[in-house]
Design a protein around this ligand. Structure first.
Ligand SMILES: [Zn+2]
Length: 256
């Protein structure tokens, strides 16, 4: 972790290839959504697009996301569509639309948020340091997926955020699944409990809790406090439609 903080970092093509292999068993994504631009969210985007040869998959993100991706010289900046934050639904395809909400990002340690700020100009080279992946604006997303079996809504936040920042607009009364970032939950206010109460999701998925610094498989990221997070979720989930907290391993397929 210390080497990641101060040394050079770059995407590992063979690690990305393992993910790419799994992704090839799934339909091509309609879009890639980026909640914020720290390295653990953006570092592998260029390599993944290269390996998957996604030429027509848009990336929904912030100006910072776009400016970081420009450094890879793969034309990715032209695929970035800036997230529309206006409480309206935005269609990606006939069966997928989204809303984006301004959220914020928990500190990494008490009072300290690493790599804050924005990347205001397109990078001219691929970033090689963690501190070049500046956070930029932070978005929570709400997705609506339609099929002949009906519609499902999925709320997602990629960082723990102070409630009510990141809450959906009032027209959203509940969602079917809430995917909530675990690390930092104890460093922000009213998270995850007020999100759980607000979103009233039958299913709540813990996310971002695995330790990608370790190669030994599923292991909790340092200081994540997964059990405490689950306890808080369960404290908030006292509504009749609540069913389960899901804690899937990376790469697991979850059917809604
Ligand atoms: Zn982050």
């Amino acid at each position: 972790m210390i080497t990641t903080g101060i040394g050079d970092i770059k995407s590992n093509p063979s690690q990305v290839a393992k993910i790419a292999k799994q992704l090839r068993t799934l339909p091509k994504p309609k879009a890639i959504f980026v909640g914020h631009s720290h390295y653990d969210h953006v570092l592998d985007v260029a390599e993944l697009f290269r390996q998957m040869q996604w030429t027509d998959v848009p990336i929904i993100g912030s100006p910072t996301t776009r400016n970081i991706l420009a450094g890879y010289h793969q034309g990715l900046e032209s695929k970035v569509e800036l997230a529309q934050v206006d409480d309206e639904w935005h269609a990606i395809s006939p069966d997928l639309r989204y809303k984006a909400f301004i959220a914020d990002h928990a500190p990494h340690l008490k009072g300290v948020m690493l790599y804050s700020g924005a990347v205001k100009q397109p990078l001219t080279d691929a970033p090689t340091k963690a501190n070049q992946f500046k956070c930029g604006p932070v978005y929570a997303y709400l997705f609506e997926l339609s099929s002949n079996q009906g519609k499902k809504t999925i709320y997602f936040t990629g960082a723990a955020t102070n409630a009510p920042i990141g809450f959906p607009d009032k027209s959203v009364q509940s969602v079917d699944l809430a995917i909530l970032c675990v690390p930092g939950w104890h460093l922000v206010r009213g998270y995850p409990i007020n999100f759980v109460k607000r979103l009233k999701a039958p299913y709540i998925m813990a996310a971002h809790y695995d330790d990608f610094f370790e190669k030994k498989g599923r292991r909790e990221v340092i200081f994540a406090g997964l059990q405490g997070f689950i306890d808080e979720v369960l404290r908030g989930a006292n509504y009749p439609s609540f069913k389960e907290v899901l804690i899937p391993a990376v790469g697991t397929r979850v059917n809604l």
